[in-house]
Design a protein around this ligand. Sequence first.
Ligand code: FES
Ligand SMILES: [Fe+2]
Length: 447
Amino acid sequence: MTVPDHELRRAYNGYYRAAPETEDVELTHVGPGTACGEYLRRFWHPVCLSSQLTDLPLALRVMGEDLVAFRDRSGDIGVLHRHCSHRRASLEYGVIAEHGIRCCYHGWLFAVDGTILETPGEPADSPIRDTLCHGAYPAREYRGLVFAYFGPPDGVPDFPVYDTLDMPDNEMVPYAIDMPCNWLQVNENPMDPFHAVFLHTRATGVQFKQSWEATGVVDWHWMPGRAGVFVTDTRRWEQFLWTRTAELYPPNFAQPTDFNQDASGEVFFNRPCASKWIVPVDNTACRLIAWRHFNAMIGGTPDYDSIGVNKVDFVGQTGTERTTEDRRRVPGDYEAQVGQGPITVHSQERLGQTDTGVAMLRGLLRREIRAVAAGEEPRRASPGADNRIATYSGDFVVSVPRDVKDPEQQQRDFGRALAAILIDTLGLPFTQRQAEVKNRLQALQHN
Ligand code: FES
Ligand SMILES: [Fe+2]
């Protein structure tokens, strides 16, 4: 049914707006052979925490594929199709071997690369081992997370190391959160800084800091080469201009700024409190897999008991840590994103100016998905001279007298100047870049 515009504008129009709608298939369907699934499979994705690989295999589901992950007794990690190549028994019940995993049903043994090492019930001269490999994906471990690459085996990309992943004197604590909704609605949240003002502060009370209630002047910026999008959100708080930056490297890497940050003193590029990926489980579920950072910049000490599988040390991130009533009275990120439904329906939305970043991200993903469908390689973040991919997320608090004539323009100018500095310093190694950003901000401050 096509609904005329005048019906959309009138009161009590539920009847017209209840028309069944279908989701944005191109961006939300992730299974094998789908356009988005093909694009996503060109990247390394975290799949679980290292600590989840015990003496028992771990059943996983990633992008609509049932898998099993394990660490064999020699220490190698396997990420394999879950169902045995013989007659489909689940390798979740397999027996971890010195090299590989043995199916419980008839004892076939699979190496971490899928090679069939033994088919014990078959005749010794059985050709099976030479004619078939079990489904397997390259896997590796990095700082307590297990990553896998799900694309064509001839095109394994370099493993991406972002500059925040090996900061000096930084402790990284892995965690993962299951979310029963499509990956995209969680993934686009970092492009929406306005939700911090409302969801986290004004709507049901202060969840983090009172100063988050100040509405900032927001700009969204393309990274050079359209490698991704980052946001500058600049607010006035007493004598300070305070900019928070957040980035999204496509398809699914983002870093939230420190939730304990306030504008009580000057800060020059305090780095984020977490680095995270949103990995599709299937079309209607995803998993946030991340590290919490702890370092002198952002302070705090890790409470290991409250960071891990389906738990993290800040409010509103999981569906399991609070009662249903608490989640209804003080909804957080989890409720806002999962509450959009299993797959949010874009044609039922009405985007505003504050959704510019969401629209930029969707456009970027759509272009990349179509490029891969056309046989091209997707754009991937490229490392700088120190072999690290420079990132943008952080806090900047600088004492600047208020421009009484046009405070809003002053905020905008400051945010844009900072964005230019962040881009201009991309080529520098991590600590040098931080120092250079500080120098340039101080020069700006005294102009
Ligand atoms: S089903 Fe796995 S060995 Fe037969
Ligand atoms: Fe949030």
